[in-house]
Write a protein that binds this ligand. Structure first.
Ligand SMILES: Nc1ncnc2c1ncn2[C@@H]1O[C@H](COP(=O)(O)OP(=O)(O)OP(=O)(O)O)[C@@H](O)[C@H]1O
Ligand SMILES: [Mg+2]
Length: 419
């Protein structure tokens, strides 16, 4: 909306001549003036137009100005509608206005001073214009951030595939060549033969890393068998990398499929929530639950760590980062909500998304047959000797140090293969 776009001003009076007078006074404001000759007509017009301010006579036959204001305020959409009363009655009658708790109310007594009426209406008109501009900007911002999230997901999927199909294949081919050379080396323990075997082992490790990074960037299980298997796989790796125990609960156990975008969003949310558990909570255990119930998909991630600051619970902009901001955005895109709670001990993050008729049947038999492996047993225990040090210093047993992000692809560079 441009700064000079007109807003609607609704004028209500049973005397057509007075309406014409108000029209003449307000014409200079350049707004869109709408006339109503009764309270009922005003209500009908309100429902049809986006009105910035209502200017109403108090004494009217039938529904008077106060009754009109009461009716307007009862409607949830118009609870904050600014109303200006015009009346010749004594000021004490305006005591009735004190009952209004929300929304702006003003009054003008007759004879109307044109400058005063213009000033009051223009303030409300300007406020409304600004509110509309803000709303438009917010909508644009939401659209942009949604498309950024979608672009990021697509990019991750693309890089995962390129790594797997490109880099992975090249490394495999190189390994075959080296292994071929090794078989012709005589004697087997010559310097040359040892160097070839070292190089082959290095390629093995590189292949494992490529596989790890590629799968963490976009788990193939997510597309093939769905959310529940992808999360179970991810939790198994998370426990290995972080030393934090995870316990997965799914209701129903034969978890249904959802549209790909929703499954990706939920997977990313669980990934980010566990990343936060690892980085901020100092927890030793976490519980993840997926529930499909009453047309909603409910997902929760709980930990037994130090709990969460109330500023974060209230999602104060200066207390949350890209993690929680991004999770909220993803959930909003599907019309759902995200809540955070301090559980003493620990933190509970819960999302609830209406699924309506999106749900697809449970994974078919043919898809089940192509499952690469059984989903890991649940709960997934932490290593036998859980780290006493803060999580950020945790060392996992398999020759790797856990870096800042235990649950996302970036960290995998330093991690052993998780599959
Ligand atoms: N499970 C948790 N336990 C304790 N504190 C938490 C937990 N999850 C989040 N927090 C707190 O909430 C804050 C905001 O989290 P958020 O994920 O939005 O940002 P961040 O993790 O600090 O940075 P990033 O933008 O990289 O995600 C964290 O800095 C941390 O203080
Ligand atoms: Mg975070």
């Amino acid at each position: 909306m441009r700064a000079k776009d007109k807003v609607n001003v609704l004028m209500v009076d049973d005397h057509p001549t007075k309406l014409l007078t108000y029209e003449a006074i307000l014409a200079g404001l350049g707004e869109n003036l709408i006339k109503a000759k009764s309270g009922n007509e005003a209500l009908e017009l309100l429902l049809k137009h986006d009105v910035a301010v209502v200017l109403t006579d108090v004494s009217m036959p039938g529904m008077d100005g106060f009754e009109l204001a009461d009716t307007i305020r009862q409607h949830p959409r118009f609870r904050k509608m600014p109303i200006i009363f015009i009346s010749a009655v004594c000021v004490s009658d305006f005591d009735r206005l004190k009952g209004y708790q929300t929304g702006a109310v003003d009054y003008i007594s007759v004879p109307v001073v044109p400058e005063l009426l213009r000033a009051k209406v223009s303030v409300f008109a300007e406020l409304h214009r600004r509110a509309l501009q803000l709303e438009n900007l917010n909508r644009e911002l939401r659209r942009l951030s949604n498309s950024l999230i979608a672009a990021q997901d697509n990019e991750r999927r693309r890089i995962a595939r390129a790594m797997h199909d490109g880099l992975g294949q090249e490394l495999s081919a190189a390994k075959m060549v080296l292994d071929g050379l090794a078989s012709h080396e005589e004697p087997a323990n010559s310097r040359r033969a040892l160097a070839v075997s070292d190089a082959s082992a290095m390629i093995d490790r590189a292949l494992q890393q490529v596989r790890s990074i590629s799968h963490l960037l976009h788990p193939p299980l997510l597309d093939e068998v769905g959310l529940s298997s992808a999360i179970a796989w991810f939790l198994e790796g998370f426990t290995k990398r972080s030393g934090i125990g995870t316990c997965l609960d799914m209701q129903p156990t034969e978890f249904p499929r959802f549209p790909a975008e929703l499954e990706t969003a939920v997977f990313r949310i669980v990934q980010e929530a566990l990343n936060n558990v690892f980085r901020h909570s100092g927890a030793r255990n976490s519980w993840i639950a997926l529930q499909q119930q009453d047309g909603r998909l409910i997902v929760s991630v709980r930990d037994d760590g130090k709990g969460i600051n109330m500023n974060v619970v209230d999602c104060r902009p200066d207390s949350i980062g890209v993690g929680i901001g991004g999770m909220r955005q993803r959930v909003k895109e599907f019309g759902g909500e995200l809540t955070l709670q301090n559980c003493n001990p620990g933190t509970l993050l819960e999302i609830s998304i209406p699924t309506g008729n999106w749900v697809q049947p449970t994974v078919g038999e043919s898809a089940k047959e192509s499952l690469p492996a059984e989903a890991p047993a649940r709960p997934i225990p932490a290593p036998l000797t859980p780290p006493a040090a803060p999580a950020s210093l945790t060392a996992v047993s398999i020759s790797a140090t856990v870096t800042k992000d235990a649950s996302n692809g970036a960290a995998a560079v330093l991690l052993p293969a998780v599959l």
